[in-house]
Each structure stands twice: as C-alpha cells, then as structure tokens.
Ligand binder design. Structure first.
Ligand SMILES: [Zn+2]
Length: 283
C-alpha cells in the first residue's frame, strides 16, 4: 500500500489543483526522506530547497507506484509513498510529527507529505527525462496502453517463479502490490503459487483482462483505504467494499462459498480460494 489505483488517484487530485502553482517556501524536516539521485548520488538538502523554492509545478505524472512532480525547468521530484505515505494538497498546516515534507504555495495552500512508517522517499531528479532515473528499477506501467497481452506474457512468463511474485516485481510490470495481485489472481481463477511458465494462453488472457478490470475499477473508486491511505485531497478510497479475497480469511468465497484461505507465501500474506483458483502445472 498504496498501489497503482491509490497513486493514480493522488496524481489526478494533484494535477487538478496543484498545477501551475509557485512554491514559496519548503521544509524537509527529516533528511532521511531524501533519497540520492541514483545517477549523481546527490541528496543535498540545501540543493533540494534551493531548486524547489520559487519554481512552479508544471505537471504531475506517474509510473507504477511512483508520483513524478514535474517542475518548470525540466527537473522534478519522484515521490514514493512507501507503506503509509500520503501526499495531500489542502489548507492544513503541517503540524504533526509524521509530516516530513511541507511546501507552501503562492495561493496560501500547502502540500504535505506524511509517512508514519517512513518507507517512502523523495528523489530529486535533476535532468530530463525524469523517467530515465526510474528506468533501472521500474518496468512498464500496468495500465500503459503500450502494454498488450503479448508483451505482458513475454515479460512475465519465462520463469518458474510463482506468478504472484512475477506480478509484484516492479521491474517487469509496475504498479501492483499485495492487495491487487491477490484480487487479480482470484478474478482470473489462478493459484498464486503457479509457476509463471506453466500458465496456458487462456490463463494469460484472463490475467491480463482481469488486471485491467480490477485496476480500472479501483481507480474509479479512488483506491482502497484500509488504514493510512488518503487521496491527494485527504479523502478516503472506497474500493475496500469490492474486495473479494484480500483480508477475507475465513469468509465465504463470493464465487463458491468455501472459506477464503490465507497463507504466508514468500513473506507476503496471500489470500485465495483453493477451490476456484487452479494451480497451473503446465505440460
Ligand atoms: Zn471459491
């Protein structure tokens, strides 16, 4: 958490209200929120403040779970919300101890980054194109129109690694986390432990179709708020009402009525229906 639908919701909110506003003052309260630029190694806080003060937000972009705040002058900030991060544009002053970054804008509003668990981070990308900075660790976005079924299968299939692990690997297809991977695999009727290389063509078709349906449905409902997540204006998402298996251990499977199982799989809590989700053995 947050995953693609949550980050996309934040992106939409910020694009609507933050664009073209000039930053008048900034505060980075915790130095460890700044991540060094992977190419230049720079994480200088004075540089971060100097570059941000006085510049305008040109646009808000997203790649996978990364928000990209494009500033005028062909540079920007890559913001990762980690496990519990929120980035909210509004009127609230950044007063609590978890508000690690605050910007004040020319209209009197504030942009506040809160992150109680501190897995999130800000990377100053000093050159264009900003996506170059992400290229080594972030693959194609799960909702990129250039990602078709053939490319999706080519990226994920050539491995004996379980399909759930392949879906979570941000270097292949970016944006999925634990919640939506479980929901997509349930919707596609595929056991999360199935070796990727064992899935047949019909399974790949279902997986690709359900990935779009689940993610787009969750974007429409402004994401899933289970605890910390808030959208870019401080509101909650409502997709939790649509979850079929995630967090439903012991409850009835919405398809067959048998109990939903939960297991720890490769270090991740995994929810699935052993009856409805088939283990792919291959040939
Ligand atoms: Zn079932």
């Amino acid at each position: 958490m947050p995953e693609l639908p949550e980050v996309e919701t934040v992106r939409c909110n910020l694009a609507a209200t933050l664009r073209e506003l000039r930053v008048t003052s900034v505060c980075f309260r915790r130095r460890d929120i700044l991540r060094p630029d992977p190419r230049t190694g720079s994480d200088a806080i004075d540089l971060a403040i100097r570059k941000t003060c006085g510049s305008r937000v040109r646009d808000i972009d997203r790649l996978g779970k990364n928000l990209i705040l494009k500033m005028n002058g062909a540079w920007g900030w890559i913001v990762h919300l980690g496990m519990s991060g929120t980035l909210v544009h509004g009127c609230a002053p950044p007063e609590d101890v978890h508000a690690h970054v605050a910007w004040w804008l020319e209209d009197g509003s504030t942009l506040v980054f809160r992150d109680p668990r501190r897995f999130g981070g800000w990377t100053l990308a000093e050159y264009a194109p900003i996506r170059e900075v992400l290229r080594d660790r972030v693959g194609i976005d799960a909702l990129d129109p250039a990602l078709n079924l053939a490319r999706f299968r080519d990226l994920l299939s050539p491995s004996i690694t379980p399909i759930k692990c392949r879906l979570l690997d941000q270097r292949l297809v970016a944006g999925l986390g634990n919640i939506y991977a479980d929901e997509i695999l349930f919707a596609a009727g595929i056991d999360p432990r199935s070796p990727s290389c064992a899935l047949d063509h019909a399974s790949w078709e279902r997986l690709f179709r359900e990935m779009h349906r689940v993610l787009e449905g969750a974007v429409c409902r402004r994401g899933t708020t289970l605890s910390d997540y808030r959208d870019g204006w401080g509101g909650m998402g409502s997709y939790h009402a649509c979850l079929a298996v995630y967090g439903k251990e012991g409850e009835d499977c919405p398809r067959c009525g048998n109990p939903i199982h939960r297991m720890s799989f490769r270090g991740r809590g995994t929810h699935f229906c052993p009856r409805c989700q088939q283990f792919a053995k291959g040939r």
